[in-house]
Write a protein that binds this ligand. Structure first.
Ligand code: NAG
Ligand code: NAG
Ligand code: NAG
Ligand code: NAG
Ligand code: NAG
Ligand code: NAG
Ligand code: NAG
Length: 615
């Protein structure tokens, strides 16, 4: 009997639980369907790993609540979304708190079901091309609203006055017209309504914001801008507030005279302040040089990239598949940058983004490729660059004045700096072989991709980057062909095959030559390129050949390597491989696949994890 009552008592609870669970599941499933509908109808440049079979909470850009029952944030900045957002897609995510679709190429009307999502707090849609009116049905929880740099028109919806939680409102650079609503919200910290077609006078509660919050609206008047035209110039710069008409002032009472006096003094102070600010700004922009033209370029070091990025530029970063970073051009330009090196292709920077992600930005100079050719080349780079020994390109930016390539940051430094700059412990034999074998595999992968016509064209130790566990990765694949006609003085051609010096046309065989020079560099510890400014360049292959011709001697090898008596035979074998690679006749050089086999034969034990030669 007792048993029965318990069961009966539990039953409703169970039913309730089942209903509750199905409800939760229903929510997340409808979120999933909404997002799948969204992604299937909005083309995008960067592929998303949103598949109906994988859990929605693992999709890139999607954040769920702890229970996994709602999508609470959707963040897809700068992934090349194009066209209108269909209604009943994102507007169905009824648990959404934060939405960022900034820096895409979204256009058309903004569906009214998004701004009215009941739990929406933050919305970032800046840098798109949305048009039409701003929907007026707002979620009362909205706190950050950024719709700047779009093509919104019509009036600012008066219902915005009711958003009591509003802290940031950015509407600059749209085509909004009409009056500014009387937004009287104490929390409002930042406001920008610049560069629209707004008219009328600035409401009193908003006069605490600087003039730059309102500039570029020629019909707007009142503090902090100039006084409204209907007021005579001698009167204080505070026009009547339309909402609260003042009693008529026929007689100049003492109070009003004092008010006028105080207003005059205030106006004077304000003018002075503006003057000082203007001077400061001018001075600053002069210091910043041409980069001040761009967006907020705030590189902390003296050198910076992105000065050629036009502010009105609608070209965005183009991302490649597999790039999990969600930064955009704006983030990149705001990142603190440090120069890593300067080479024939351009300057390389290490950029630390605000959220701590580190990327490498290569700023190409004197590119000969046209945009079409450049994009085709980037396609190839993307297709071929997918190998553990090739540094993957993550994104690029192309405009007339600026070409940027974005790579993963590889923390181990370059092979060149480890060999020649002598920081830390010198590289032992095992590590050197491991690095070179990795590089050989990377080059072989490039050579075997496509119909056998891909070449690297610029193999050198400073283009070999090392991971923490000393994997050699080859960088700069795909760039040499675009800067090929850049005349490289033959004196600086330490890695260049003799035939390339004449024809300027690299080939797979000339890649093998350059790799041979790299092997010689590793064996001798000598660099084939002395300081770029020095006139005499060291012809490493010729030097080694001349020494070796006398007799097989230990003289060529790096002293560091000779400390280990057990590896002499391996050194000599490796030297033979290197010399085969730097043969003057292209046809007598081995292929990269043959080179890999030969290296593995020299040191079969090294393919795995032997840190040093202990044999
Ligand atoms: C405004 O949005 C709410 C949900 O936030 C909805 O219930 C209401 O019908 C909408 N009103 C209009 C006029 O669209
Ligand atoms: C933005 O959209 C408008 C039409 O709404 C179009 O005329 C304009 O060319 C678009 N601008 C860009 C940069 O795509
Ligand atoms: C603001 O909300 C109040 C009540 O919630 C309503 O009476 C008023 O019309 C609203 N104002 C605007 C401009 O929507
Ligand atoms: C502002 O512009 C609108 C048209 O966009 C016009 O109807 C209105 O009279 C103007 N108001 C003022 C104060 O100029
Ligand atoms: C508002 O936006 C304009 C245009 O982008 C900018 O020049 C100005 O500095 C901004 N002002 C504020 C206060 O953010
Ligand atoms: C905003 O508009 C102003 C005036 O048209 C322009 O000078 C400025 O460059 C624009 N800012 C951006 C980021 O497009
Ligand atoms: C999608 O990509 C993100 C980031 O790269 C990753 O964390 C996630 O596991 C991936 N999800 C699926 C379903 O592949």
């Amino acid at each position: 009997m007792r048993q029965k009552t318990t069961l009966l008592g539990v039953l409703p609870f169970l039913v309730h639980l089942i209903i509750l669970l199905s409800h939760i599941n229903g929510d997340i499933n409808s979120d999933k369907q909404a997002l799948l509908n969204f992604v299937s109808s909005v083309p995008h440049a960067r592929r998303l790993n949103w598949t109906s079979t994988s859990p929605i909470c693992s999709w890139v850009g999607v954040t769920c609540d702890d229970a996994g029952s709602h999508v609470i944030a959707l963040r897809l900045p700068g992934i090349g979304l194009i066209g209108p957002i269909p209604p009943n897609t994102i507007g169905k995510l009824d648990g959404l708190i934060s939405l960022s679709l900034r820096s895409n190429r979204l256009s058309g009307n903004l569906p009214s079901d998004i701004l009215s999502l009941p739990s929406l707090h933050n919305i970032f849609l800046q840098n798109n091309n949305f048009s039409g009116e701003i929907p007026s049905n707002f979620s009362s929880k909205l706190s950050v609203v950024d719709l700047a740099y779009n093509s919104f028109s019509g009036e600012i919806p008066p219902t915005i006055q009711n958003l009591t939680h509003l802290t940031i409102l950015y509407l600059q650079n749209n085509s909004l017209t009409g009056p500014i609503p009387n937004i009287d919200v104490t929390q409002l910290r930042a406001l920008n309504l610049s560069y629209n077609g707004l008219n009328g006078s600035i409401p009193t509660p908003l006069r605490k914001f600087p003039p730059s919050s309102f500039e570029g609206n020629t019909l707007l008047c009142g503090s902090p801008l100039r006084g409204c035209a209907s007021i005579s110039p001698s009167s204080p710069p505070s026009p009547p507030v339309p909402q609260k008409p003042r009693p008529s002032k026929k007689k100049l009472s003492l109070g009003i005279i004092i008010a006028i006096g105080a207003g005059g003094v205030l106006l004077l102070c304000l003018l002075l302040l503006i003057l000082v600010l203007c001077c400061l700004k001018k001075k600053k922009s002069r210091e910043d040089g041409p980069s001040a033209k761009g967006k907020a370029v705030r590189a902390e070091k003296s050198e910076e990239f992105g000065s050629g990025v036009q502010s009105a530029e609608k070209n965005r970063l183009v991302y490649f598949e597999g790039c999990s970073h969600t930064f955009d051009l704006e983030d990149l330009l705001k990142a603190s940058a440090e120069v890593l090196g300067k080479g024939t292709c351009g300057t390389t920077y290490k950029a630390i983004l605000e959220d701590g992600i580190t990327v490498v930005v290569k700023r190409l100079k004197e590119l000969v490729a046209e945009k079409r050719e450049f994009e085709q080349q980037m396609e190839i780079v993307q297709r071929v660059g997918n190998h553990p020994n090739v540094i993957p390109l993550r994104a690029y930016y192309y405009s007339k004045d600026e070409k940027l390539l974005i790579y993963d940051f590889i923390p181990g430094g370059s092979f060149s700096s480890l060999l020649h700059e002598g920081r830390g412990t010198p590289l032992d034999w095992g590590s050197r072989v491991k690095i070179c074998l990795g590089v050989a595999k990377g080059i072989a992968h490039i050579h075997s991709s496509g119909p056998g016509k891909f070449i690297h064209g610029n193999i050198k130790s400073s283009n070999v980057l090392l991971t923490q566990d000393l994997q050699g990765c080859i960088s700069e694949f795909g760039l040499s062909s675009m800067i090929r006609s850049l005349v490289v003085p033959p004196r600086h051609a330490g890695y260049r095959a003799p035939e390339v010096m004449k024809t300027q046309k690299p080939s797979q065989k000339s890649d093998v030559y350059s790799f041979g020079v790299l092997l010689l560099e590793m064996l001798t510890g000598k660099s084939p390129v002395q300081s770029p400014r020095r006139e005499d360049v060291f012809d490493l292959p010729r030097w080694v050949q001349s020494v070796v011709r006398e007799e097989w001697t230990a003289e060529v090898f790096d002293e560091e390597l000779l400390k280990d008596r057990n590896i002499e035979e391996e050194l000599v074998e490796m030297l033979k491989i290197a010399l085969a690679c730097v043969s003057r006749m292209p046809d007598s050089r081995p292929t990269m696949d043959e080179v890999i086999k030969m290296i593995e034969d020299v040191r079969p034990s090294d393919s795995e994890n032997l840190p040093s030669s202990s044999s």
